[in-house]
Design a protein around this ligand. Sequence first.
Ligand code: 5GP
Ligand code: MG
Length: 189
Amino acid sequence: MSNVKSPKPKVKLVQLHDLKFRPMISAAKIKRRIREIGSALSQDFEGKKPVFIPILNGAFMFAADLVREFRGDCELAFVQLKSYAGTGSTGEVRVVLDIERAKIEGRHLILVEDILDSGRTLHHFLQHLAAQNPASISTVVLLRKPAAVQFPIEVRQLGFDIENKFVVGYGLDYDDLGRNLPSIFVLSE
Ligand code: 5GP
Ligand code: MG
């Protein structure tokens, strides 16, 4: 028996600009979950040739890994949205990069988003898509903050529910940095 305390395992913090972040979800865990999601989507959309729609910039890495786990024919169409927080919770969402109508009308759409926070971005964009008569719209989200949701969104496949804290990595940025990190980090207080 020994009274010597074992040293605390060292947590590797990442510094981006002025802030420090600590590890939250490992690359291996993300990979395992995406494999499950890809498998479920492959079954659900068998023979339907869905159009995956990653929302740039944040969803680029998630989408790249997700489509590699999809078995069968599928297409890709990218969109970029800009949200204006405004003064309160009624921020507008502008479509910066849009998809050609032919890729939407009559097609099975799978929206791919990095993180569901208030839900405002997806809420607006779903209306924009629905107006163009797709065959169906499904939403796949890697991360969701249940405590922050103001616009309830029906999520077909979810990676992980997380606490209401700022996260970076795996496509997500803090002031443009951190998107290249292969795993998810959370702001360290
Ligand atoms: P929402 O419209 O759901 O409030 O916000 C969605 C968008 O806000 C996400 O696509 C993402 O760009 C950004 N966002 C929300 N929470 C976080 C976060 O914790 N970290 C980062 N990097 N971006 C976030
Ligand atoms: Mg985003």
